[in-house]
Design a protein around this ligand. Structure first.
Ligand SMILES: *Cc1c(COP(=O)(O)O)cnc(C)c1O
Length: 385
């Protein structure tokens, strides 16, 4: 039996979401931008309804929603779109600020922009994965155009203090972009109330389909489109709308929001059970905010640990037949996690780390299996060391 505990890499699409998408593939196939006949208008109405559901879940208005192919595209559109709009408007602000612990879907577009005239500052994070607000404040200058900060970290699950960060940005006239791929549908997130200017999300991280996501943008904000073509979505992102995927994203977010509190409570208890079992092995340390810390700002369904005194490659080789877990981000391809090294972990420690991502289908049996599998692997490796 293989326990799937890698919900930060992707979540299974909710069967109810698959059912909601079903009629929009073949039966109702019209292009929502065709507009002249009834099936096209029905498709357009389905898209509008989905936009409304996406917006409501994230605490903003439907006009804010730009449908994209996922959070990677949403991040690229947010960052490049704001930079290009600043160039067009003649704004003197050029600097982009972010955190060292961001996802590559933010860091790589920033590096690209850095090579094209937009200097980038990456602010370090503390040993618990949270940014120090004084340090962040000091990094925001008169030349700063935009700050990009993730809501929930994809490796260690920590939640950055968005309300305080948004206040800093507002006071300094800095745009705030939030990569909420791991947060949407998992924690309460009210974009407008928090004062977030741009927010990225991904369908497949919240029990929706792969290949769709959205960038939510405060409507009065100037954003240069990155895909030019048929003028869809008011020219903000050209390309025929994938109606089934958009319907699926709306359905997934509504459903994720509906069971969010109960799911967090259940998964938090399972996560605590997992942590207790692993801690008892000795030499196992949490990465990021401790799960048992008071009022800990972290995702309930995440646990990331470093196992001391074992070889990471050997550890993961022993686990992989029983556990689908990650040694870092699925996107960082083999090299030690830059997030864990940013927390002060050595390369060896980072390699001997395990990221657990619990989800809707996770059972107490999965957790027992995980504890047993890690215990056996660690015992064997420590004996042979
Ligand atoms: C998964 C993820 C992305 C990329 O999302 P896609 O929809 O797969 O492009 C971006 N940022 C974070 C934090 C993620 O976890």
């Amino acid at each position: 039996m293989l326990a799937y505990l890698d919900h930060h890499a992707t979540t299974p699409c909710d069967p109810a979401v698959v059912a909601a998408m079903a009629p929009w593939w073949s039966e109702h196939c019209a292009n929502p931008d065709s507009r002249l006949y009834r099936p096209a208008l029905e498709a357009a109405a389905a898209v509008e309804q989905a936009r409304g559901r996406i917006a409501r879940t994230l605490g903003t208005i439907p006009e804010a929603v730009i449908v994209t192919s996922g959070a990677t595209e949403a991040n690229n559109l947010a960052l490049k779109g704001c930079c290009e709009a600043a160039l067009d408007s003649g704004s003197p602000r050029r600097r982009l600020v972010s955190l060292v612990s961001e996802h590559r879907a933010v860091l790589d577009p920033l590096a690209y922009l850095g090579r094209h005239g937009f200097p980038v500052s990456l602010v370090p994070v503390q040993a618990d994965g949270l940014v120090d607000l004084h340090q962040l404040e000091a990094a925001l200058g008169d030349d700063t155009l935009l700050l990009s900060v993730m809501a929930a970290n994809n490796e260690i699950g920590v939640l950055q203090p968005l309300a305080a960060i948004a206040a800093l940005c507002r006071n300094r006239g800095v745009l705030l972009h939030v990569d909420a791929a791991q947060a949407a549908g998992h924690i309460p997130l009210a974009m407008d109330a928090l004062g977030i200017d741009l927010l990225s999300l991904s369908g497949h991280k919240c029990y929706g389909p792969k290949g769709v996501g959205a960038l939510l943008v405060r409507p009065e904000l100037r954003l240069a489109p990155q895909l030019h073509g048929g003028g869809q979505q008011e020219g903000r992102r050209a390309g025929t709308l994938p109606v089934p995927l958009v319907v699926g994203l709306g359905e997934a977010l509504v459903r994720a929001e509906a069971d969010r509190e109960a799911r967090s409570a259940r998964l938090g208890a399972l996560r605590d059970q997992l942590w207790t079992g692993l801690r008892d092995l000795g030499g196992v340390e949490v990465n990021g905010v401790a799960p048992d810390g008071a009022g800990a700002p972290r995702l309930a369904h995440n646990l990331n640990v470093t196992v001391q005194g074992v070889d990471g490659t050997q550890l993961h080789r022993r686990l992989r037949r029983q556990l689908a877990v990650s040694s870092g981000s699925a996107c960082s391809q083999g090299s030690p996690s830059p997030v864990l090294t940013a927390l002060g972990r050595s390369r060896t420690e980072a390699a001997a780390s395990i990221r657990f991502g619990l989800g809707r289908s996770t059972t107490a049996e999965d957790i027992d299996l995980a504890i047993t599998a890690v215990a056996a692997a660690v015992r064997e490796l420590r004996l042979s060391a």
